[in-house]
Design a binder for this molecule. Sequence first.
Ligand code: ADP
Ligand code: ASP
Ligand code: MG
Length: 403
Amino acid sequence: MLIVQKFGGTSVGDLDRIQNVANRVSETKKAGHDVVIVVSAMSGETNKLVRYAEHFSPNPSKAEMDMLLSSGERVTASLLSIALNEMGHIACAMTGRKAGIVTDTAHTKARIENINPKIMKSAIKDGKIIVVAGFQGVNENGDVTTLGRGGSDLSAVAIAGALKADLCEIYTDVSGIYTTDPRIEPKAKKLNKISYDEMLELASLGAKVLQNRSVELAKKLNVNLVTRTSFSHEEGTLITKEENIMEKPLVSGIALDKNQARISLVGVKDRPGIASDIFTKLSNSDVNIDMIIQNKAHDGTTNIDFTVPTNEINDAKAVVDTFVESGDISADSYNDKICKVSVVGVGMKSHSGVAARAFSTMAEENININMISTSEIKISMVIDEKYAELAVRSLHNAYELDK
Ligand code: ADP
Ligand code: ASP
Ligand code: MG
């Protein structure tokens, strides 16, 4: 078999853990498999580099950030390769560029455009263990790019797809996908299987155990994806097609996203095209809008509220300011002390009352809901950040996910 194994930050968090990873990789290789390894930076390293940059500038160039942040993964890739060679294997570390990962030019959140697997394929043919630095690629100008936070998951899935690997294993610090973050609710249950669509919702709604774009790509390329822990040999969770799952629970999981901010625009001129003007400009500035609420005010203007990822507030504010200056908006305010809790499950498609239960659970806990959005398989609510953990635990209990 050809297996792609990705090891996250905690799994390579110190030198002993890198040795532990080398031992595991060695086991897989000795069992007769071809392996391609993808690694993250040591845990905390990427955040440390972000802080270093912020020491010099509140708004550093995104291209320079990519040069900086991509270095963390190169450190672990080379250390792991050195450890494997010392154990008698023939290993070689590769940057994203050498692995043939070509992206667009959107620095700090680049999309993979294609992978040229030629160099990787010839190394595999020579019996080598390839260790790829995750989270990075190269754009058409030859500049290094990064794939967004958590992007090593995407590197692994994309490489598994390009090499037509039999399996892509994501090794992390929990033993699989749980009904909710086990660090918030210790009663959370590990799932044996979950569908691509449910996993994509959970990941997009804040469950950072897998980066959402990696799940999207795994679904598209039909990659066999397994999440498991690098600290034991316990079986993990298979992420697979919905038809491969016999038992379809009503609700599969609860997700929490604290990385959300609410932007309120007051006194917005009520004319056709205004929403289009504002949101087109935001999108041109690469701001990702999530929920939107619009209300008519008494004076004939409207109020528009929407949510964005916290780290995009500055970019959003720059756009909003231009409308405030032109008089199209009379006031704006920003609140990053909010969070989004979501209930996810394919079973909701065919059942009613799931949303009502979520709302009454919040009511019983006296938690005010600020915004709501729903789709076929999810219900999301924006609430004050101070209630985040309480809301997750209450919902987990209300849908009996610990049973
Ligand atoms: P890595 O560094 O290996 O990429 P991450 O920190 O990105 O690991 O993701 C693993 C973390 O995801 C876990 O430690 C856990 O706290 C969190 N998490 C959130 N939601 C879930 C969930 N539903 N199931 C499992 N882990 C979850
Ligand atoms: N090191 C990067 C991050 O912390 C990428 C990753 O770990 O997947 O976001
Ligand atoms: Mg991660």
